[in-house]
Design a protein around this ligand. Structure first.
Ligand code: 13P
Ligand code: SF4
Length: 350
């Protein structure tokens, strides 16, 4: 590896790879060697080093979703998890600032639960096709059409949509949340495929919306059958945002953390994770003996979060997530009610 030295006339504040940076980040690189090539590390290391230093100065904690790239997930995150875990962690941190490395609805959920903390997202454009698929006005129309039927909303929605909702859910607790209401019917929004999966696990009737995740809807049952050809020992784990024909081929269906837990508990030698592909790298770091088949469907929104943007976010304390106080108050009821339901059975383990 080569090192750059700082020219005395340097005006750029871009962090550079120095022997000090190499030394300080060596333990991180040691863990990431299997998934990040040697030649790439000098690009990431200066950012990892600078972010680690700055987050302390700023009294900030970095919360990262399981889909973050390994240099973020293993390099700078203080806490990581699926949407449910991130929501819970957001209520437990002491730091005055949360940098949410994930998509906008996750940062908004953290803000809803922590109105007095500063919540930053490194790129405001990190959206979600599910959150885009439904508005608060749509929910109000559905409530008029089905009076008295409770509304369960996936956390992958805007604060305004959550504010119209009786209770939120995530992929790890959706069945438990639906059943917690004790009704025969619920309106389940906006993920049609998650809704179909929940309907297959409960006797409660679900009224569904046609929202889809643009990443998971690309997988097909045919593709899974092809992966299995000649690999009888392949274990298929799928996220419930996938279409039904994909879930029918899976050995396990669960949230992102559910899948991670299953990898560890199952002892399976060969695994395919039918979800966003950065996650396989993150799990491979913890399980070097497992062979991962890696179909690569990336979430373009998650990929907007990069080390340079996290550093900029901490340097300039941007982009602050703001939620209207009345909307936040109503949305908080729905999120807190979900947290009271408990962890859910798709949270992890074989
Ligand atoms: P999890 O809650 O399972 O992490 O899912 C979030 C998500 O956006 C999956 O696409
Ligand atoms: Fe949204 Fe799908 Fe990206 Fe998850 S993977 S953030 S559901 S678009």
């Amino acid at each position: 590896m080569s090192f750059q030295t700082s020219p005395s006339h340097a005006t750029s504040s871009l962090p550079i790879y120095t022997p000090e940076v190499a030394h300080a980040t060596a333990p991180v690189f040691e863990r990431l060697k299997g998934v990040i090539p040697d030649v790439e590390w000098p690009v990431h290391a200066p950012y990892v080093h600078a972010i680690r230093r700055l987050k302390e100065e700023r009294d900030a904690v970095v919360l990262a979703h399981n889909y973050m790239t390994p240099q973020i997930f293993h390099g700078v995150a203080d806490l990581s998890g699926d949407s449910l875990a991130l929501a819970r962690m957001a209520t437990e941190v002491d730091a005055s600032t949360i940098v949410l490395c994930g998509v906008h609805f996750m940062a908004e959920t953290a803000k809803i639960l922590n109105p007095d903390k500063r919540v930053l997202i490194p790129d405001l454009r990190a959206g979600c096709s599910l959150a885009e698929s439904i508005t608060a006005a749509d929910v109000r129309l559905l409530k008029e059409r089905y009076p008295g039927v409770p509304v369960v909303t996936y956390v992958n929605t805007s604060a305004e949509v959550k504010a119209e909702t009786d209770i939120c859910c995530t992929s790890s607790n959706a069945v438990e949340v639906v059943e917690s209401l004790g009704t025969d019917r619920v309106i389940f929004l906006p993920d049609e495929y998650l809704g179909q999966y929940v309907a297959s696990q409960t006797d409660v009737e679900l009224i569904l919306w046609k929202g889809h995740c643009e990443v998971h809807e690309r997988f097909t049952g045919e593709e899974i059958r092809r992966y299995r050809e000649g690999h009888d020992d392949l274990v298929v784990l799928a996220h419930p945002e996938c279409p039904q024909d994909v879930l029918a081929e899976a050995d396990y269906v669960g949230s992102t953390s559910g899948m991670i837990g299953y990898v560890g508990a199952s002892g399976a030698p060969k695994i395919v994770l039918i979800t966003e592909c950065s996650m396989s790298d993150n799990v491979a770091v913890e399980h070097p003996d497992v062979e991962f088949v890696r179909p690569c469907n990336l979430c373009p929104h998650m990929q907007r979060i990069t080390l340079p943007k996290i550093l900029e976010s901490l340097q300039e304390m941007k982009h602050e997530v703001v939620v209207d106080a009345d909307v936040a108050k109503r949305a908080r009821r729905a999120v807190e009610r979900m947290l009271e339901v408990g962890p859910g059975k798709n949270t992890g383990g074989a």
